[in-house]
Design a protein. Sequence first.
Length: 177
Amino acid sequence: VERSAMRVLDFKRIIPKPIVIEVMINGRPARGLLDCGSEADFISTTIVDQLKLRRDVLAKQLNIRLAVHGSRSKTNASATVNFQYQGINEERRFDVSNLDNNDVILGTPFWYQHQILGGFNPTRVIVGSNVSLPMEGEEVNVVTSAAADVFEDDLEKIRQMLKTEGADLCPDTAKTG
């Protein structure tokens, strides 16, 4: 009999601390996680409530894929804030989400737009551009927005309307005599 079960070989692990920085959100200090694996920038619902930030409701909920297979979350709002870190001082939009332990997650959009270099041993963060650079070029993917889905739904309604209105233009030849 062969057994193929996963077995934990140790009871503790030594891992480096994540890169957590202090940022300013609308002039208030906040805890920011630099996450080069996140495809979006997020702000916690707690900070949104505490700072009484305006939530802009998205046209359609945004699905959030997490690294663990089968794990999912959704967001239905975004918030625009004054964001400051090192020499960066800008208006920045974040998707609002339930976050644990951090006030904001600075994902690949932030890393790309500010040419961020992050390193460990020792922990370091280098900002290459204080101004947000445009997201363009071969290293950028285009993700269909929820608004595009809404537009697609409208197109389907228009297709059906045109079929209905044009039905008499193309009669069924079996029914004509």
